[in-house]
Design a protein around this ligand. Structure first.
Ligand SMILES: [Zn+2]
Ligand SMILES: [Zn+2]
Length: 655
């Protein structure tokens, strides 16, 4: 993960200076951890600024926006802590903690008696809703408060939306043992290695026919088809039947005929009593069966045979099954393979380590040697099919790739769909590629030769799974709310009654009665605010920080530094004004002149009714009042003059 160079808003502060009399002038800068420490150090201040930023709102006032500083002790405080009682004797509690109001950061907890089993611990990357954040993981507060009951973290497969949060989640929930199949454990090891400060993961490799006991709960597994090998479903045995979740899956089928191996894998459900099914809704809106990966193999093979020049394949590094197939096939045609992009190299490395395939020595060559072979003897596998800014293919498109240049006559296969939201950046990348005279074959334009297939089951795959598992109760998971509701409708079309289905939100607490006859949604909720990993901090209460970032991006900021004479309550000199991302000060002298008048008036109006000298006995209240009055009048004035709503930060110093 690349570290960004940035100065967080909350780091803004004013150095304290000692005055000649040995007293400290007031620096009233809220939102600043430093000013808070100052309070503790001097000890004589009873009050600190409650807030320090102001923004004009439609309610007609510059409004105080609350402090974004938080105490590490209280940031995970859960108001429901005492309100959520433990499950009653015999009750099964199911808590989807992530992945049900979104695609990504999947995590579900199952609680029976004294035992909690956690399934998956994913992440998703920052979106426009979380600017500047590195990534987001599920909220673990409910689990942190019940650490001693957690018996296992079980991982269905090695994709980041299932394992990306593992290191940080483990460290917060008491580092319970982790269970998964071989490749998933290897992927997690790589991920864990990025956090050398955390305790080692207690890894346990299971196979799809393993049976384990965690606390009093017996757990078994089954193999599923997905885009990464070693994907597995999980079966939790209860006295009322099985709780089943397949993780991410599609069916191994061609034209709706499910393969024998797949039928055999799922035959364990034929005679089983399935109490509850929790399953993926990602592709619920896609009709028919999912496109079989076999058809993509044939398509890519045809293209590799037909294309004369050099071939560059951009794919999701997570589609390890396909990547392995491409490497094997290209090798069989006597071609050399170049891997470019960190995740591409890492994932192929892991696949080789897991013995999924063994390329001959010399098949995989460094990118620097790509030009030593005739163009039709080289296949380059790259990251960046989504047009990601720093990924290999985009750098090639921008000619900023230091080790690789495109040639006229190259063919680029985009072996991926465009993730919603990435359309514009993919388009720009395609333009950059086209300008270099290369040919692009993408998912959309492929006629007979398929170059990509989804890894998730479509409607018909999903129906097949419901019929096969014939569950008594059903909870749709993995998807946006509208997808979960669509999934519920599909289950009802298949004959399930509405009272046997619950569509959850993140943090919903669902319970199945001791007799296994009723499933209810409790009124309490587990904390579900996304935990943002931002540099070294993890927090679920950073909304103010995030909102500030959005505001700064929209309208910029405006800082006022006013020196107030404590004896007279008047401005000591003309205030300093700093503007960033708001207006260019040099070209707005008239606006600044007027702002200075407003500031003078606002400060002096605020201090006229105060006893002089100001701020005796270290009382901060006077300065808070001046600041509030400044913030409100200036933010309102700036809005009236510019129709912009910058964050206004008044800094009032008493001298
Ligand atoms: Zn997956
Ligand atoms: Zn997934």
């Amino acid at each position: 993960m690349t570290k960004k160079n940035r100065m967080p808003f909350s780091a803004f502060t004013i150095e304290e200076k000692k005055t000649a009399q040995g007293t400290t002038p007031h620096t009233s800068v809220g939102n600043s951890p430093v000013s808070r420490q100052t309070k503790h150090r001097t000890g004589d201040r009873k009050k600190t600024a409650k807030s320090s930023t102001y923004q004009y709102s439609k309610f007609g006032k510059g409004r105080s926006r609350g402090s974004s500083a938080y105490s590490p002790k209280t940031q995970y405080k859960n108001p429901n802590e005492k309100v959520i009682p433990p499950p009653e004797e015999g009750v099964i509690r199911i808590i989807p903690l992530g992945g049900v109001e979104e695609i990504g950061k999947n995590m579900t907890a199952i609680e029976i008696g004294d035992d909690i089993i956690v399934i998956d611990a994913g992440m998703h990357f920052s979106t426009e809703e979380t600017p500047g954040v590195d990534y987001v993981i599920p909220n673990t507060t409910y689990l942190e408060e019940r650490k001693d009951k957690i018996r296992a973290l079980i991982i269905t497969h090695g994709h980041l939306d299932h394992i990306g949060g593992v290191p940080l989640v483990l460290s917060r929930i008491g580092n319970p043992p982790v269970y998964s199949r071989n490749l998933s454990i290897l992927m997690m090891r790589k991920r864990q290695a990025e956090f050398p400060q955390l305790p080692a993961m207690k890894e346990n490799i299971v196979e799809k026919d393993s049976v384990i006991t965690c606390g009093k709960i017996k757990i078994r597994f089954f193999g599923v088809t997905h885009t990464i090998p070693d994907s597995m479903g999980i079966i939790i045995e209860t006295k009322n039947g099985w709780i089943v979740t397949p993780g991410d899956y599609k069916l191994d089928q061609v034209d709706g005929i499910v393969s024998e191996a797949e039928e055999k894998e799922y035959s364990i459900f034929d005679k089983a009593k399935v109490l509850l099914l929790l399953t993926d809704s990602t592709n619920i809106e896609n009709e028919g069966f999912s496109l079989p990966e076999e058809k993509v193999y044939r398509g890519l093979e045809n293209l590799l045979r037909k294309i004369q020049g050099r071939v560059i394949i951009a794919a999701f590094a997570s589609h390890i099954t396909r990547l392995a197939h491409i490497v094997k096939f290209a090798e069989s045609m006597g071609k050399k393979i170049v891997l470019d992009g960190r995740s591409m190299k890492t994932n192929i490395e892991v696949a080789i380590e897991a013995k999924l395939f063994e390329p001959k020595k010399g098949t995989i060559i460094p990118i620097e040697e790509a030009n030593d072979y005739p163009p039709n003897k080289v296949v380059i596998l790259m990251t960046g099919a989504q047009g990601e800014e720093f990924a290999s293919l985009n750098r090639a498109a921008n000619k900023t790739h230091t080790k690789f240049a495109l040639h006229k006559g190259d063919t680029i296969i985009l072996s991926a769909s465009i993730v919603p939201g990435n359309e514009l950046q993919v388009q720009k990348m395609k333009d950059g590629l086209t300008r270099q005279g290369v040919r692009i074959i993408s998912f959309r334009t492929s006629g007979e030769d398929f170059v990509h297939a989804t890894g998730h089951g479509n409607q018909e795959d999903i129906k097949w799974l419901h019929r096969k598992t014939h569950p008594k109760f059903f909870i749709p998971i993995h998807g946006w709310h509208s997808m979960l509701v669509r999934h519920k409708e599909l289950a009802m079309e298949l004959g399930q009654s509405e009272d046997k289905i619950i569509v959850p939100d993140n943090g919903s607490i669902i319970e199945i009665s001791p007799d296994g006859e009723k499933m209810i949604l409790r009124k309490e909720k587990a904390p579900s605010g996304a935990m943002m990993v931002d540099g070294v901090s993890i927090s679920d209460t950073q909304d103010v920080v995030i909102k500030d970032r959005m505001m700064l991006a929209q309208d910029g900021m405006f800082v006022i530094i006013a020196l107030v004479d404590q004896k007279t309550g008047k401005l000591k000199k003309s205030p300093d004004l700093i503007s960033r991302g708001f207006v260019y000060l040099k070209e707005n002298q008239e606006l600044l002149r007027q702002v200075r008048i407003i500031i003078k008036k606002s400060v002096e109006d605020a201090t006229t009714r105060m006893p002089m000298p100001l701020n005796q006995n270290g009382n901060m209240a006077d300065f808070d009042h001046i600041k509030a009055s400044l913030g409100e009048s200036v933010s309102k004035f700036l809005y009236q003059k510019t129709a912009k709503r910058p964050l206004v930060i008044p800094v009032v110093l008493g001298v």
